[in-house]
Design a protein around this ligand. Sequence first.
Ligand code: HEM
Ligand code: HEM
Length: 213
Amino acid sequence: MQIAQEQRWDPLVRLTHWGVAAGVLANGILTEEGSGPHQWVGYGVAALLALRWIWGLIGSPEARFSAFRPSLRRAAAHLRAIGRREKTTHRSHNPLGALMVYALWATLAIVIGSGVAMTILPGASTPPTEAPSNAQFQTPAASDDDEVREAREDGAGEGEGDEVIGEIHEVAANLLFILAGLHLLGVAFETRRSGRGILTAMLPGRRELRCKE
Ligand code: HEM
Ligand code: HEM
């Protein structure tokens, strides 16, 4: 990225970035899975993401989607330039970074969408709770109920669709954590390679990013 050390992304990009990052880490580490705080943090992340996407349409030139279109061809060219030790300049995220940004956003959308689906679909995130604790006192006449109860304890009462959505949420959340890790490696690599303030540009400060092509 073609930026001087003291330049920064515009405030909305920085605010949404750190808000989303904090929310993802909070839901991955701090909140209890599926709890109220987990869901509210998730909704907060969704709101920040929506704000950023609107900004991608009407925001500052560097923040617009048009400034960092996903392109495998340009990403490959960027890799070749890295191989040749060329210091290429880019108006916004570099082509590899852009692919990562879209991958992070798409994965986040799946995590949020599946999370919301779990909470609104009937019986979805509800663990099987109806097995009575006095099961040992059941009479043989209750054996039909036992079968139903055992099925519920196995999760069969939740419906396969609900389980699938839970699986999607879990897999997508894990993928998100892996991508975030790769994202950090990418930021560290590009900072070292380019010698520019890639991370500094996301930190608080006054002068906004104004890149030249
Ligand atoms: C920043 C976004 C989010 C992240 C990183 C995240 C991450 C996670 C993780 C890692 C789990 C544990 C999965 C497992 O091991 O089974 C989980 C569970 C869960 N999440 Fe999220 N989540 C997010 C957003 C949401 C949202 C927006 C909702 C709903 C409004 C939600 C609802 C749930 C529920 C209900 C569970 C429990 C699933 C179960 O009981 O099997 N999550 N989440
Ligand atoms: C789960 C955690 C994180 C997620 C999901 C995430 C996601 C993102 C996304 C979506 C962007 C694009 C920003 C935009 O255009 O709006 C971005 C950019 C960036 N992130 Fe993160 N991020 C995370 C953590 C971090 C951390 C911990 C750091 C710093 C150590 C960091 C440093 C940066 C930098 C420097 C950029 C700008 C890259 C560039 O100049 O092309 N991120 N991140």
